[in-house]
Design a protein around this ligand. Sequence first.
Ligand code: ADP
Ligand code: MG
Length: 281
Amino acid sequence: MSARPRVVLASSLRDRIRAQLADLKMPGALEALDGILAGVDGGKLPAPAAVEALLGAQITLRNNRRLQAAMRSSRLPAVKTLADFDFTFQPSIQREQLDSLHTLGFIERRENVVFLGPPGVGKTHLAISLAIAAAEHGRRVYYGTLGDLILSLEDAQAAGRLLHRMNTLVFPSVLIVDEIGYLPISKTGAMLFFQLIAKRYERASTVLTSNKSFEEWGEIFGDEAMAAALIDRLVHHCHIVNIRGNSFRMRHHAELRSALHPREEVPEPTRQKPKRGGATH
Ligand code: ADP
Ligand code: MG
C-alpha cells in the first residue's frame, strides 16, 4: 500500500524540480537531471555529489556558450587548451607558472603576459588557452597578430574611425597580440600600436608572443626609443614565459631539425632566465 503514494510523490517532486530548473533557465541542469537522479536512486550518488553534478552540468553548458560567443567575437583562430598542452615535450616551461596564470588572477591585477621563444614551441597555443579560460569566465577577449592589429588600426585611421577601432582593442579584459617579430612594421603602424599599449597600460591585461628577444624589438618597431618605452609599460606588471626548446610542429622530423639547426644542443630541462623583467610587479 505504501509504495504507490511514494512513487507518485517522487514523480511529482521530479516534475517540480524540472519546472524550477526551467523557470530558472537552467537547461544544462535540466538535461542532466534524470541521469543524476537515477544515480541517487541507484545509491551510487550521495546527495551532495548530486547537487554538485547538477550545478556542474549547468556551469559546463554556460561555459560552452560563453566560449562559442567568444569564438565568434574574439577572432581566436582555434581552440587550444592547457589540457591539450604536452608539458613533457617542453621542459623549459614551468608547469606551476602556467597553472597559476590559468587561475586568471593576472587579469584581476591587470598584469601582462609575454611568451618568448623560437617558432613552434607553443607560444600561440598557450596565449590562446589563457584567452579561452578567460572567455569561459565571462571575460571579453580579443585576438590578433601584431600585423593584423596594426593593419586594422591603419585602415581605421585612413577611414576616420580610429577612435572606434582603438576602443574595440582597448576595452577587452584580455588582448592577445600574437607574432611580434615576424613582419616588418611601418612607422605609423608602430606609433598606433604604442598608443594602444599606452592606453591599455594598467587598465587591462595584454598577452603577447614573440620569437624575438626584447633587445631586438627596436629593430622590429624601427625605433629604439619607442620600443624601450613600449617594453617599459609592458613589463612593469608582467609575467614572462621564456620557452626554450624544439618546435612541436617538427617533433617527428629530428633529421630536418638538425639540418636547420646544425649546432643546436639538446635543450636542458631548466628555465632560461628572462633577459629582462621576469615576473616584475
Ligand atoms: P608558436 O606560436 O610558438 O610558433 P604554436 O603555439 O603555434 O607555436 O604551436 C604549433 C603547433 O603545435 C600548434 O598546433 C600547437 O597547438 C602545437 N603545440 C605546440 N607545443 C605543444 C605542446 N607542448 N603540446 C601540444 N601541442 C603543442
Ligand atoms: Mg605562434
